[in-house]
Design a protein around this ligand. Structure first.
Ligand SMILES: Cc1ncc(COP(=O)(O)O)c(C=O)c1O
Length: 426
């Protein structure tokens, strides 16, 4: 029976109402409508099961419908969903984040990673009185201007000129500078030349799935200090994922401002940003009306449902063995995928760290956006679409895979088998 005969809405007819279908770019006949998630699996409304390697774009690191998180939400839901004001959960959560995040001496809550990185940039501009943010080519920081500039870049524009990835961002060109990730000499040169106008360097410590070269983050910290530029870590992906203390703990580098989201919320909307006391003083509402006040407000920021979910999520992450397990699974998956690629005699490599993996169809070393871009992206997309058809849920736009605490070696083996079947046909 067709979708129409069953009285269901055909997703292709409401394309613009979709959430991610535009970005997923799936052919109409492949667009599922998801109904349920549990552990590392999803089911669509037709009952088809998917092995999930997107995990809500990494927000469900605890797994879908993790019982401790569900219970925390169910306890709070009957007592109200938003007061737009202090509540016990937000206090508990803030205290715990402060305990583990050396950068977050003071912090504020919002509802997404996009907001968190946006506020970090605004505060840096307000605090330093300088206008430019230096970002790295190919880095994503959410849907704000820095996030979507030089994102899917051509790789041909000379540094530090920004290249627009999104229309409607007229101020990006004059408010951003762009550098190659992992190239400390190039970054130092740009910062030194423009230090009078750069408020902050904004970095994903692990950019997408590309790890920092030894000494790169330490070097950034040093040059920022020398040149009076703030350092912002976008820990929306790395936070609570590479280690409980995120990239700060994992790489041992402390930024001036830090942004969190994704895994922290256990699948519920959350964003957090924090920093040094003197910098965060900029958002103190007692300053309203003065020219040293940075506006910050978020209707849903710190709501009791998201913060109860997040507090429960952190208590799961604190259980013994969490990070040993996540790192083991990541290594297991990357090794398994490498084996499959070798069996198929493909020119490809698997990059990533912790519970993250990405296949790049290139044999050249991958250390920044341009070297990643050398990979055969058409092959990558064909593989992702093939996997999607074989019941693996992932974002076919890229080739980044998110593991979770709900995955196990059997799930990784299952994915490797399906990758092998898919590659057979390519
Ligand atoms: C590194 C990074 N920063 C920020 C964001 C934006 O987070 P959100 O989608 O919650 O706004 C993302 C989202 O993918 C991200 O990967």
């Amino acid at each position: 029976m067709s979708t129409k005969q069953r009285g269901l809405i055909d997703p292709s007819t409401v394309f613009t109402a979709g959430i991610s279908n535009g970005e997923f770019g799936l052919p109409d006949h492949m667009i599922p409508v998801m109904a349920r998630g549990e552990g590392c699996r999803l089911w669509d409304r037709d009952g088809k099961e998917y092995l999930d390697f997107s995990m809500g774009w990494g927000s469900c690191l605890v797994g879908h419908a993790r019982p401790e998180v569900v219970e925390a939400v169910m306890m709070q839901a009957p007592m109200g969903s938003n007061f737009a004001y202090l509540n016990e959960h937000v206090l508990e959560l803030a205290t715990e984040i402060q305990r583990v995040s050396p950068a977050a001496r003071r912090l504020r809550f919002c509802a997404s990673g996009t907001e968190a990185t946006m506020y970090c940039q605004r505060i840096a501009r307000g605090f330093t009185g300088k206008n430019k943010i230096l970002k790295f080519e190919g880095a994503y920081h959410g849907a704000n201007e820095a996030g979507v500039t030089s994102l899917f870049a051509s790789g041909k524009v000379p540094f530090p000129t920004p290249e627009l990835t999104s229309a409607g961002t007229p101020f990006a060109a004059e408010s951003l500078l762009v550098a190659p990730y992992n190239d400390l000499d190039a970054v130092t040169e740009i910062i030194t030349e423009h230090s009078g106008t750069i408020a902050a360097v904004l970095a994903e410590p692990l950019q997408r799935c590309t790890p920092p070269k030894p000494g790169f983050l330490e070097g950034l910290r040093r040059v920022c200090d020398e040149q009076g530029v703030l350092l912002i870590f976008d820990e929306v992906v790395t936070g609570f994922r590479l280690a409980y203390g995120g990239a700060q703990e994992y790489y041992g580098v402390v930024p001036d401002l830090v942004a969190y989201g994704k895994a922290l919320g256990g699948g519920y909307p959350i964003g957090v940003f924090g920093g040094r006391e003197d910098i965060m003083e900029m958002v103190n509402e007692h300053r309203i009306g003065g020219d040293d006040y940075v506006w910050m407000a978020s209707t849903l920021g710190g709501n009791p449902i998201s913060t109860a979910a997040a507090a429960a999520t952190l208590s799961v992450f604190r259980q013994d063995g969490t990070y040993t397990r996540l790192h083991h699974l990541g290594e297991y998956l990357r090794t398994g995928l490498r084996g499959v690629l070798r069996d198929h005699q493909l020119t490809a490599q698997v990059i990533g760290d912790g519970p993250l993996a990405q296949i790049v169809f290139s044999s050249d070393p991958v250390f920044d956006y341009r070297s990643t871009k050398k990979g055969d992206s058409a092959k990558g997309r064909a593989m992702m679409l093939g996997l999607f058809e074989r019941g693996v849920f992932l974002n076919p736009m890229g080739t980044k895979l998110y593991l979770s605490l709900a995955h196990d070696e059997a799930a990784c083996d299952d994915l490797c088998d399906r990758v092998s079947d898919t590659l057979q046909l390519l």
